[in-house]
Design a protein around this ligand. Structure first.
Ligand SMILES: Cc1ncc(COP(=O)(O)O)c(C=O)c1O
Length: 445
C-alpha cells in the first residue's frame, strides 16, 4: 500500500480551497519568490510540531516505520537542533546533574553549543592517526574501549560519516558502549540515505541509541529538514521528553514548507530510493574509477561522496576553482581535499561533467597531512563559551584559552575547543588552515 502524505495533502487542500488567509505569514500565499502558497502556520487542522497529535504525528510515525526507529521526530532547523536535543536528553536518561561524554574530536560546532547549553563535560578521543585532516578522526574501537575502561562516561559521541566521507565502525563501538553502560550517539548528518543501501550502514541499524540525520544533505528535502531518531533501547520516559527537548532549541514557528518536504520524502523513501541509489552508486563507482585512472587520488568514502586529495603542487582550493570555471560547484574544499556530494537526484551528465572537468593529473605525490593537535583543557566548554573574550591574532595565541568555535562553515569543525589552552601544535594547525585570529578568554588582571 502506498505511503500517505498527510501534511502535504492538508497544505494542498488549503491551497486548492483558496481560503482567505487571516493568519500568518504576512505574504498571504502571494507568490513572491515561488513557494509562498504552501507556506502556512499552525492553523486549525495543521497540527503543531512540538505537541503533535494530528497530521504531523501521523507523518512522523510513517517516517519512524521507514527507518525502523522507536521514534523519529522532524526537525525544521537541521541536525543542529537535533544534536542539542540529543545532548539535553542525556540528562533525562541519566537523571544526573553532570553528564560526561567521550567524543571523537571532529565534532560539528553545534555539539559544542549543545554541551555548553546543557553543561556537559567532554573528554576527547584524538585520531589514531598522527597526521590527519581536521575533518576526520579515525579511531579504533579498542581506543574507545580503553577510555571507557578507565573512566565512567554517560555517552560516546561520534561523527559518522564525516565531511570526507569516512565512516566509523559503529557496530563495534556500540557493542563496547553497551557493555560499559554508555549510550552511543551519532551525528549522522551526512548519512540519512545509508538506511536504504543493501548492507547495514545507518547508525540505527548498527546499534546507535540516538542519531540525527540531515535529511536535506542527501535526500530530496528542503534545506534544514532533518530527523532525530531514537532506537528501541531508549526508554519510554526519555522518548516522551524528546519533543520537549526539540522545542527547547527550536523556533515556535517551524516551517511548513520544510515539513511538507519531509512528508513527501517519505513516499520517495518507501517506493523509490533503493532502486535510484543502486543506479546512482553504480555511476559514481565508475566515475571514481575513471578519475583514479586519470591520475587523481580518490579517497575511500561513503558511496555518495567523491573525495579527491589534492596533489602536492596544487591546493584543493585551486582544484575547486578549476571545477568552477567548468560550471561545477563542489560542497567543500580545503588545502588538501575536495568533497563532491552526489545524490539520487544528480544526473548522469552531472557526474560526467565532473570527470571531464578534472581531466588528467600527472602528479602522484600528495602533501603530508598536518599533525593532529591535542590541547590541555583548562575550563569547561560552557565556562569558556560564556566568558568575556577578545579576538587575538593566532601569532599571539600560544598559552591562551580558546573561547569560541569560530571556524568557517563547512566544515565547522573547530581546531581548538573552547576551554582548551592553545599549544604549539595548535598554532601550527590554525596557520595550516589559514586561520589568522581566534577568540580567547580575556585575561583577568
Ligand atoms: C557533520 C555535521 N554535523 C552537523 C551538521 C549540522 O547540520 P544542519 O546543517 O542540518 O543543522 C553539519 C552541517 O554541515 C555537519 O556537517
Amino acid at each position: 500500500m502506498s505511503v500517505k502524505t498527510p501534511i502535504s495533502d492538508f497544505i494542498d487542500e488549503i491551497t486548492k480551497k483558496d481560503v482567505v488567509r487571516l493568519f500568518m505569514p504576512g505574504h498571504k500565499g502571494v507568490e513572491i519568490t515561488g513557494p509562498e502558497k504552501y507556506d502556512i502556520t499552525e492553523i486549525h487542522g495543521a497540527d503543531s510540531l512540538y505537541s503533535a497529535d494530528g497530521i504531523i504525528a501521523e507523518s512522523e510515525k510513517i517516517c519512524s516505520g521507514i527507518f525502523g526507529s522507536k521514534k523519529t521526530i522532524y526537525s525544521t532547523e537541521g541536525s543542529s537542533q537535533c544534536i542539542k536535543a540529543m545532548i539535553y536528553l542525556l540528562k533525562y536518561f541519566k537523571q544526573s546533574e553532570k553528564i560526561h561524554i567521550l567524543a571523537a574530536r571532529n565534532v560539528h560546532k553545534s555539539f559544542l553549543y549543545a554541551c555548553a547549553l546543557s553543561d556537559c563535560e567532554v573528554d576527547w578521543i584524538a585520531s589514531d592517526e598522527l597526521n590527519s585532516s581536521v575533518c576526520s578522526c579515525r579511531i579504533r574501537p579498542e581506543t574507545v574501549e580503553e577510555k571507557l575502561r578507565n573512566k565512567k562516561y554517560d555517552a560516546v559521541y561520534l561523527t559518522s560519516p564525516d565531511y570526507l566521507g569516512n565512516i566509523s565502525d559503529i557496530e563495534s563501538v556500540s557493542d563496547i558502549c553497551h557493555r560499559y553502560g554508555a549510550l552511543l550517539l551519532v551525528d549522522n548528518a551526512h548519512g540519512a540515505y545509508l538506511h536504504f543501501l543493501p548492507e547495514k550502514m545507518h547508525p540505527l541499524d548498527l546499534g546507535a541509541d540516538m542519531c540525527c540525520d540531515s535529511a536535506h544533505k542527501t535526500l530530496p528535502v528542503l534545506t534544514s529538514g532533518a530527523y532525530l531518531h531514537l532506537s528501541a533501547r531508549i526508554p519510554d520516559y526519555v522518548a516522551e521528553k524528546a519533543k520537549d527537548a526539540m522545542e527547547m532549541f527550536g523556533s515556535t514557528s517551524p516551517s511548513y514548507l520544510v515539513l511538507k518536504s519531509l512528508d513527501v520524502c517519505n513516499k520517495y523513501l518507501d517506493e523509490k530510493i533503493r532502486d535510484d541509489l543502486r543506479k546512482t552508486i553504480e555511476q559514481i563507482t565508475k566515475a571514481k574509477q575513471t578519475i583514479s585512472d586519470n591520475g587523481w587520488k580518490v579517497c575511500e568514502s561513503e558511496p555518495l561522496k567523491i573525495v579527491i586529495q589534492s596533489p602536492k603542487s596544487r591546493t584543493g582550493y585551486e582544484i575547486a576553482d578549476m571545477m568552477r570555471r567548468n560550471g561545477i560547484e563542489c560542497e567543500f574544499c580545503d588545502k588538501d581535499f575536495v568533497t563532491c556530494m552526489v545524490s539520487t537526484f544528480s544526473s548522469e551528465k552531472d557526474i560526467r561533467c565532473l570527470v571531464k572537468a578534472l581531466g588528467k593529473n600527472n602528479e602522484k605525490e600528495t602533501r603530508t597531512l598536518p599533525k593532529v593537535c591535542v590541547c590541555e583543557t583548562k575550563m569547561s566548554i560552557r565556562e569558556a563559551l560564556f566568558s568575556t573574550s577578545e579576538n587575538i591574532s593566532v601569532d599571539d595565541s600560544l598559552g591562551r584559552i580558546c573561547s569560541d568555535v569560530k571556524v568557517s562553515c563547512p566544515p565547522a569543525v573547530p581546531i581548538v575547543m573552547p576551554g582548551e589552552t592553545v599549544n604549539e601544535d595548535a598554532v601550527e594547525l590554525l596557520k595550516y588552515y589559514g586561520i589568522s585570529g581566534i577568540d580567547a578568554v580575556k585575561n583577568r588582571n
